[in-house]
Design a binder for this molecule. Structure first.
Ligand SMILES: Nc1ncnc2c1ncn2[C@@H]1O[C@H](COP(=O)(O)OP(=O)(O)OP(=O)(O)O)[C@@H](O)[C@H]1O
Length: 846
């Protein structure tokens, strides 16, 4: 990877830690690829249609195909699906986006619409018998040979005429050994005794597998058939959900012919929820969209004005006042219309109104005592705008987060890469510097083609929705999100402290004391409470997804596995406020926001997965409280409680084993009680099942926690930048030299020169297939493509709902790059100011 060249810094020594960081659903599609060779063929491919209503369609079909074939079928089905036929007119119309439309439609079920985010395409991939799949493969091969890609009437799925390259470039994880090489998790150095220092560097995200913690190759392997793990009684069917596996292989249930090792993301029964998710209207959404309709007529009214300026304004497509109109302002606009149209004014309003221009013109018949100074002022044309209100596209205005965001103010070119921070399943996260402000951000970049191919479209849309909707001190701030022709970008607050997991690992014992664990558990509880309040279930809590802000406070990140309960809009809070003991903290019943919501996806991270997820009975927001229990345990003991030798054993332990606490650890009775109650295998008895977060906050373990003052407390560990690390200025110069030296040619198209990014040489993106470029060149395109504004992305584009927008926040608190800053090494220094015994008292003493 190019970062290797960029960094020029030492690789950190590798950890011999357990690697566990993979989130399940993110690798399921890989897992079935890897396991298909070893699967038995007990079920005919056609059987898959018999269970077409279940979430497990075609699993047996999958087992009949060798992994290679499946790859081909998956890939080639893109070509044969009739919906991929694009007329030349269509192609011309939306040339920049049509390739994704056709990819998405081909890769999805027939009734797919972009608005549904329906990425469950397993039936598309494997529909019919193995023979027809073979047939389609042959047909596709022909297509492949004849298709010349974009601009022709043959389906221009991608610009590349050779899709084999896609697999090579976008799927570097074709085998467990490859994944361990190419998809390592964030690297760490060895703990350096008291200093707890590690090298935080992107260079380790290259193909060099000797560095850093890796994603576990075994993690994506789902449990094999093993009747010892589950007996049929543990597979409760009473919820109406089918178990996703045949963990109990002895019975003849159709479901039990399937193996979890075969399950793919496409088999996850999320479409129902997603469908309802789309129907879901939050109060905010209702408000904004309703408001737009309401004010449509006043705007028309303005256009009837006599002033030329007035009519000019009236044709402005997206007057930004629209969303910002209060009811009062709306009334006022309406009033003005009525007055203009000669109708009798129903009621005169106060002259202290904001929009003075809407006041009545001087009335000659008016009593002299009624005349005000405004009567003598030149009459300004009606302005349907509040000047400091930024413009928002029509689409953005209808979003629940429209009050937070304005139209996009940046583009990929606005940022300069500092280094790679991390690489997730489908996204790369870069530390970037905004060129004109020197502000530092974490820029998460997703490859669109890869998102479609790996069925992650819905997930990235959910991630954007949650990040954009959230406004909480313990949830990472989204500053900008935008898309270009080939990429999606989430520009977030840079959490300088990196993963909390690293901080734990840099401790000698890999664990922290109970008081410190209480601090982090409190902050996580507060963040989960907030998410639940919005109706989101996080589903992937683990130390890897908890980032540390430079202040040392936590920041939850990575929401692509989250889901929104569909009934959050109709929530009636029965007992909104309850008090907690002596401290009278206000607590909200957060459980009502996801009451009655169950989802059946197999998501999570192996050691953190809740029993109900393994059982496949569907799960609720209670999974987040289970994961909180595991997290607290891991913080205290440096390991998770149910980890087994392999996935099967881990799942078996989760389902059957009681929680035990290592002997030599001195933790309080209350703490053990909390963990036990959170790790209750029966979710209906688990702590949190009654009132959600309020139940947890009222537990005696948290008795002395000042929930309202969490943000003001001293965190136990403070990340500190140290010297001699990555030097941005040096790398920047080096990059420049590299760029000058590099000859950027597409391997396939010798006459296609993507050029460099100097002013003189413009890149013709339409002629470049980014999948054929080296990683370095792909990154170059990533930081050079023009931004696609909301209105540019056609409605039928799969990424239409990914808004390009910027946070309206005036006081941007993001870090500013300075000359003396170094971003290579972070040390976690124990906070000397923090009392370990009774932190809340210490806080008030200060
Ligand atoms: N805001 C941020 N500040 C600093 N580092 C970050 C930030 N966001 C992400 N990272 C780093 O990038 C890594 C990958 O990010 P993230 O987990 O969001 O990607 P992902 O594709 O969803 O990964 P995964 O598949 O592991 O969930 C993180 O583990 C972290 O090290």
């Amino acid at each position: 990877m190019s970062d290797n060249q960029n960094q020029g810094i030492d690789q950190p020594p590798s950890f011999s830690e357990r690697s566990r960081s993979v989130s399940f659903s993110k690798l399921l599609s890989k897992s079935w690829k890897w396991n298909t060779n070893s699967n038995n063929n007990s079920t005919s491919p056609n059987n898959s249609t018999q269970v077409s209503n279940s979430s497990h369609d075609n699993l047996s079909s999958q087992s009949n195909l060798k992994s290679k074939e499946i790859d081909h079928v998956q890939e080639e089905s893109v070509h044969v699906t009739p919906t991929t036929v694009v007329t030349p007119a269509d192609t011309e119309m939306s040339s920049r986006f049509s390739k994704f439309k056709s990819m998405f439609q081909s890769n999805s079920s027939n009734n797919m619409s972009p608005a549904n985010y329906n990425v469950n395409n397993s039936s598309t991939i494997l529909k019919g018998s193995g023979k027809s799949q073979q047939d389609s493969l042959q047909v596709d091969t022909k297509d492949k040979n004849t298709s010349s890609g974009k601009g022709e009437s043959t389906p221009p799925v991608l610009r590349s005429p050779n899709h084999a390259h896609l697999e090579a470039h976008y799927h570097p994880y074709d085998s467990p050994s490859q994944i361990s090489k190419s998809n390592p998790r964030s690297p760490m150095s060895e703990p350096l005794n008291e200093e707890f220092t590690f090298q935080q560097q992107g260079a380790a995200f290259s193909n060099n597998n000797s560095t850093g913690r890796k994603r576990s190759p075994s993690a994506p392997v789902m449990p094999k058939q093993d009747s010892s793990i589950l007996d049929s009684s543990t597979l409760s069917m009473n919820s109406g959900y089918a178990p996703p596996s045949n963990l109990s292989s002895t019975t003849s249930s159709p479901y039990q012919t399937k193996n979890l090792s075969n399950i793919s993301l496409g088999d996850i029964k999320e479409d129902e929820q997603v469908h309802k998710f789309n129907e879901f209207k939050s109060p905010l959404r209702n408000g904004s969209s309703g408001l737009i309709q309401k004010i449509a007529s006043p705007l028309k009214g303005f256009s009837q004005g006599n002033s030329p300026n007035e009519s000019k304004e009236s044709i402005q497509p997206f007057p930004s006042i629209i969303v910002g109109l209060t009811d009062e302002e709306h009334d006022e606009s309406h009033l003005a219309n009525i007055q203009r149209s000669g109708q009798k004014t129903p009621q005169m309003r106060s002259p202290t109104r904001k929009n003075k221009h809407l006041q009545q013109p001087a009335n000659p018949n008016k009593d002299i005592t009624d005349i005000t100074i405004s009567d003598f002022q030149p009459k300004m044309p009606p302005k349907p705008f509040i000047t400091d209100e930024p413009k928002r596209s029509q689409r953005l205005r209808t979003k629940s987060f429209s009050n937070k965001f304005k139209d996009i103010t940046v583009s990929p070119k606005s940022f300069e890469k500092v280094r790679l921070l991390g690489q997730g399943d489908v996204g790369k996260v870069f530390l970037v510097k905004q060129k004109n402000t020197n502000r530092l951000y974490a820029l998460k970049v997703f490859n669109k083609a890869q998102m479609i191919k790996r069925k992650k479209v819905k997930r990235v849309l959910v991630e954007q929705e949650i990040l954009a909707t959230s406004n909480h001190p313990f949830i990472v701030t989204l500053y900008h999100s935008f898309q270009s022709e080939d990429y999606l970008y989430l520009c977030m607050e840079y959490c300088m402290g990196g993963e909390f997991f690293r901080a734990l690992q840099t401790r000698k014992s890999k664990c922290i004391c109970e008081e410190d664990a209480k601090f982090y558990a409190s902050e996580v509880t507060a963040a989960l409470e907030y998410l639940h309040l919005l109706g989101f279930i996080y589903r992937d809590l683990k130390p890897e997804n908890i980032l540390l802000h430079r202040s040392g406070h936590i920041m939850l990140s990575d929401f692509d596995l989250s889901i929104q309960a569909q009934d959050a809009s109709n929530v009636k809070i029965k007992s909104p406020l309850i008090t907690s003991g002596h401290y009278q903290s206000a607590m909200i019943d957060t459980k009502v926001f996801s009451d009655g919501f169950r989802t059946n996806s197999f998501v999570g991270t192996e050691e953190y997965i809740a029993p109900e997820v393994i059982r496949g009975n569907g799960h609720t927001a209670a999974v987040d409280w289970w994961t909180l229990g595991i997290l607290i345990y891991e913080m205290l003991f440096g390991m998770t409680p149910f980890k087994g030798g392999d996935t099967n054993k881990t799942f078996s332990n989760i389902l059957k084993n009681d929680i035990t606490f290592p002997n030599n650890n001195d933790i309080s009775r209350h703490c053990k009680d909390l963990i036990k109650k959170l790790l209750c295998k029966n979710e209906s008895k688990r702590l949190g099942c009654k009132m959600g977060a309020a139940d947890i906050k009222r537990h005696p373990f948290f008795k002395k926690v000042q929930w309202s003052f969490l943000r003001n407390q001293e965190p136990p560990l403070i990340p500190k930048l140290t010297e001699n690390g990555f030097d941005f200025a040096a790398t920047s110069t080096k990059n420049k030299k590299n760029k000058e030296a590099a000859l950027h040619k597409s391997p396939d198209e010798s006459n296609t020169d993507i050029g460099d990014d100097t002013e003189e040489t413009k890149i013709d993106y339409s002629k470049v297939d980014i999948s054929l470029l080296s990683m370095e060149d792909q990154e170059k395109v990533m930081f050079d493509e023009p931004v696609a504004t909301d209105d540019e992305v056609p409605e039928d584009d799969p990424f239409h709902n990914f808004n390009s927008m910027s946070l309206m926040e005036k006081d941007n608190e993001s870090m500013i790059y300075g000359d003396n800053n170094s971003y290579g090494k972070i040390a976690y220094t124990p906070n000397a100011n923090r009392s370990r015994s009774n932190s809340h008292r210490a806080f008030f003493k200060k």
